[in-house]
Design a protein around this ligand. Sequence first.
Ligand code: SAM
Length: 337
Amino acid sequence: MTKTTSINNRRYLGNKYKLLPFIKSVIDSECQEVNIVVDIFAGTGAVASAFQDKQLVTNDIMYSNYISNFAWFSSRRFNRKKIASIIDKYNSMDIQEDNYMTENFSDTYFSYADCSKIGFIREDIEKKYANKEINERERALLITSLLYAMDKIAKTCGHYDAYRKDVEFDAHIELLIPEASMTNNKKNKCYNTDSNELASKITADLVYIDPPYNSRQYCDAYHLLENVARWEKPDVYGVARKMDRTALKSKYCTKSATEAFEDLIKKLRCKYIVLSYNNMAKKGNDRSNAKISDNDIFRILSEKGVVKVFAENYKAFTTGKSDIEDNKERLFLCICD
Ligand SMILES: C[S@@+](CC[C@H](N)C(=O)[O-])C[C@H]1O[C@@H](n2cnc3c(N)ncnc32)[C@H](O)[C@@H]1O
């Protein structure tokens, strides 16, 4: 029997899976009548997954995250037996062809044999979709399965800024069936756009905001998963074999982060805003320094409504800034006017 995989079975910077009990407990006790939840910087979709009983909207600037979110949260029907049989077939195949993956990534993050298989499978998914053998959700489920399988064996520390030269290729690509729900809310929607573009187009009860905190661009860290998800076969450069990522750069990783955040908050139409923001400012090195100060977060959110801050032990802070400085994981809740 083909093994299965769940939403959390991958490595992702800033993944909030472990914080779900904290996030959920704050929302459940502080927010009333929440029916529509937007996860506007959804990443893996971990936070959205904790609200699957609600109507969900997910969004991420990276296509690789969009496609996984669509696999997990779309209400489009899929045939699980068909997915299992395609995955079984892929797993039993021995592929030795030259393709985009072998030509560009052999013996970097993956061996020649795994590159060959990844390239073959990704091309085959597109063929099956073009021939109408699989629908949009089934395509998303197969791509998600491939991305999760790649993540399991990549010779990296979890991101693709560099590959590890000191270790053997001992694991080989094995696809698992994503355990996606067949009963998702019919009105769920998944977007692949800039958060600030989307903000003025949606209304919701609660918007969860989890932007990047520092100058580290997600498109740099996950360029290879993005490349395989998009499958446009671009030229790649340098030792890390990255494609051109200009269109994927996030303002939240730059000097304009505060401006972008203010614009986003002004545009949102909802009852509650919940923000996760790490406070590494002035503690780590330059690259890990938070781009938006606590003062600015308070100022911007306060213009929208009443602001409360919670730390991981679910304790509301009485005062502002000084109390929260020593807490790495904080949640800002804004009850909008
Ligand atoms: C901290 S991570 C979110 C992690 C997520 N909550 C999880 O649990 O997996 C931030 C995400 O925001 C996305 N992102 C960055 N800038 C964006 C923008 N302007 N619009 C939409 N998504 C953006 C990144 O691709 C990344 O996946």
